[in-house]
Design a protein around this ligand. Sequence first.
Ligand code: SF4
Length: 362
Amino acid sequence: MKKKLIPEIQQSLLRWYQKEKRDLPWRKTKDPYSIWISEIMLQQTQVDTVIPYYNRWMKKFPTIQKLAKANEDVVLKHWEGLGYYSRARNIQRAAKTVEKDFGGRFPKTREDLLSLPGIGLYTVGAILSIAYNKSVPLVDGNVIRVLTRIFNIHDDVLKEDTKKKIWSIAGELVPEKKAGDFNQSLMELGATLCTPGTPLCLICPVNSLCKGFKESTPSLLPVKKKKMEIEKFLGWMFLIEKDGHFLLQKRKKGTVMGGLWEFPSFREGIYDHPKLALKAKTKILCPKAELKGTVPAAFTKYRGLFQLTHCPMSKSKSIKPVLEEAEETAWAKPKDFKKYTFSAPTRKAVEKLSLSDSRNKI
Ligand code: SF4
């Protein structure tokens, strides 16, 4: 990179950021705890979605001490709907570590921060530059897009070498002063103007410095060659009902959506009939098992549909379901569902069948 480009890019972006930055709740503070929570929530999630979650979270857990002492179910409840629940669990484990090993004070060095669960190089860069104004780079999806375009980099960004190259460019660019604002300006540019697809180059503050714009290639960048292999499925979700109560299972930790509650669900859809599927997966016999539609599901590499099966059981019959992926089970009335942190497909099933509406009978 030509040395004289560095101050030009820094000044153009800082000036633009000062004028155009969006007014976001976590930008009103330099508190490392708040910056950390917002950065973890923003991973894989849109800003508009995060704002209400962030505000609720900070009201409930205003300090790292309150978070460390909170019940895990309450923590997960405040994350419900954001997905990737391991992030919430890691946040609480990290809060406990800060309490225990760092006297309740948020660490200030790269090594100490990296020792906390769920904190990687990106989050370290965000905390050190935004909260402590240290000259440390950060690279996320937005920064990758902006830098590959400004420097017209056509290498596969999923390759380690390319990642290293981008981190090194980000390191050269980050200024000694105003490092936090500069890092945020790169991310802001990626989120608002230098967006995926066709970027808004004509109003971009660095268009005169951008090689991708000059070569008319921004919409081709960044290059990503490897794709995650998606596994499709058609599975079953059983709404086993007895005396107005529904059987719920809390999934074992370490399984997909571990720690969340759901109607017993299975991704394997090889059975021809709901009764056969129910018997095979839970050892329960239910002659009245009946299909009630489907709900879509998407988690990690899985995309599919769960076939909603209502299984009304007679009051007198005692049942002992075998649920291999359950850490805990419960029988709950629909009016009490709000006490449970549900997986997304189960939440969709509750909404689809209007189960929370006490007048409804499926
Ligand atoms: S000129 Fe276009 S491609 Fe280059 S950084 Fe700006 S928005 Fe992105």
